[in-house]
Design a protein around this ligand. Structure first.
Ligand code: DGI
Ligand code: FE
Ligand code: FE
Length: 395
């Protein structure tokens, strides 16, 4: 039987002691994983400084990156409205059969558990866990646990107190412009700063492209960041030349390699978190993962909904038959951007200005030859794209 914990909270924002506590309890209780569940907060209950649900969710996803045992669920946020813990546990039992659940609650919440809606059912479905903190001692928690156990619950009270940092203190520091030194995951901190969250006077609104640049800057090496800016410029130029939407092509260029420098295991993790199965060639070709993981990251974490842009990112490495103008532009721009220096780059650039299809064919042929020389498998989408373009140029 699997052992999983449900760790609910507003996570406004999620901070490093949430993560270290989740990791520590996961280890101590020998759990297979911890599911972070940011709670929905109805608009009328939101304090003015509170981040909205999409931002809280995005920050959680950034904070768990690189921790395979931690994952994030949008169940309660997507459900909207108030969620009772008992309903969430019931939903999770269906989603994760054969799983023993553990419920992590804050020390203050733990001391009210017996008053929760359908407490008996909660106690039947989950082991109730708590961690002491400054004002609430282990003894106090254990005394309450004994009472709950008399009512049939199973409890676990940890004896190591929680770190004293709190989200309230973090928000106060952010509003006051004080340093956070290490209290937040760097990606969460830059997300907060980019989006101007928790500041009393929100900063001048950044355009989406400015936000995206800041986000890729923290995720990519200098070299890859430079490449992304060059691909953005080149994609905008090509889109303009062929009568497409240059602004959208620019954005696609900025974002296309967003997962390229992410740890390979973290790339696999985001794919499996969202139920993406890799085909046989993908399984043995880590260079193909960043395109698929990139699409998922843009969709789920950055909440981009432009399907054509998402598709362009997904297929930017292999191509696919029947690509749209935006997809072709991104695909070609990745070969002809100003930072590229391979042998045939001049020929490729010349072709790109004559015909996007001719340039794609040349680029794919080059890739296929290179893959054969390196004894690497060729993805079926690459082959299908090559054949479709070849067929076109033969007729
Ligand atoms: O991310 P970039 O380096 O800018 O460029 P890209 O996304 O086109 O990735 C190029 C890499 O992907 C290169 O190492 C070759 C690899 N690749 C491209 N097509 C295939 C492929 N690998 C396999 N196994 N099969 C393919 O069809
Ligand atoms: Fe790429
Ligand atoms: Fe690229």
């Amino acid at each position: 039987m699997r052992k999983m914990a449900l760790f609910g909270g507003t996570f406004d924002p999620i901070h490093q002691s949430h993560i270290s506590m989740a990791l520590r309890l996961c280890d101590t209780l020998k759990l297979d994983g911890v599911l972070l569940m940011p709670t929905y907060v109805p608009p009328h209950k939101m304090k003015t400084s509170m981040a909205d649900a999409a931002d809280r969710l995005a920050m959680c996803r950034l904070a768990v990156e690189g921790h395979p045992s931690l994952s994030v669920s949008d169940l309660e946020i997507n459900r909207g409205g108030a969620s009772f813990t008992v309903d969430t546990l019931e939903a999770l039992s269906h989603l994760y059969p054969d799983t023993q659940w553990y419920l992590f609650t804050g020390a203050d919440m733990f001391l009210t558990l017996r008053t929760w809606y359908r407490f008996a059912d909660i106690a039947r479905m989950a082991v109730l866990c708590a961690v002491p903190r400054g004002d609430i001692t282990v003894e106090e928690l254990k005394a309450y646990a004994v009472q709950m156990e008399a009512d049939g619950a199973t409890c676990y009270v940890d004896d190591q107190p929680e770190d004293p940092i709190s989200s309230t203190e973090i928000r106060r520091r952010l509003t006051a412009g004080e340093s956070l030194n290490g209290l937040l995951h760097p990606a969460v901190e830059s997300y907060i700063r980019q989006k101007g969250l928790y500041t009393a006077a929100p900063m001048k609104r950044q355009t989406p492209d400015e936000q995206y640049k800041a986000i890729i800057r923290t995720r990519l090496s200098d070299h890859r960041y430079h490449h992304s800016l060059c691909v953005a410029e080149e994609a905008a130029r090509l889109a303009h030349r062929y009568g497409g939407d240059a602004a959208r092509a620019y954005t696609a260029g900025l974002l296309h390699d967003i997962m390229k420098d992410t740890d390979k295991n973290a790339q696999l993790q985001i794919l499996s978190d969202f139920g993406i199965l890799l085909d046989e060639v993908e399984q043995v070709s880590p260079t193909l993962w960043h395109a698929r993981a990139g699409e998922v990251f843009l969709r789920k974490v950055l909440r981009i909904e432009d399907e054509e842009l998402l598709t362009a990112v997904r297929y930017h490495t292999t191509g696919r038959p029947g690509m749209s103008l935006l997809e072709k532009v991104l695909f070609v721009a990745d070969f002809t951007s100003a930072d590229r220096t391979y042998d045939d780059v001049d020929e490729m650039r010349r072709l790109a200005d004559v015909s996007l299809e001719d340039a794609m064919l040349y680029g794919i042929a080059y890739t296929i030859v290179d893959l054969i020389n390196r004894e690497r498998p060729i993805h079926p989408d690459t082959v299908a794209t090559y054949n479709a373009l070849r067929g076109r140029s033969c007729t």
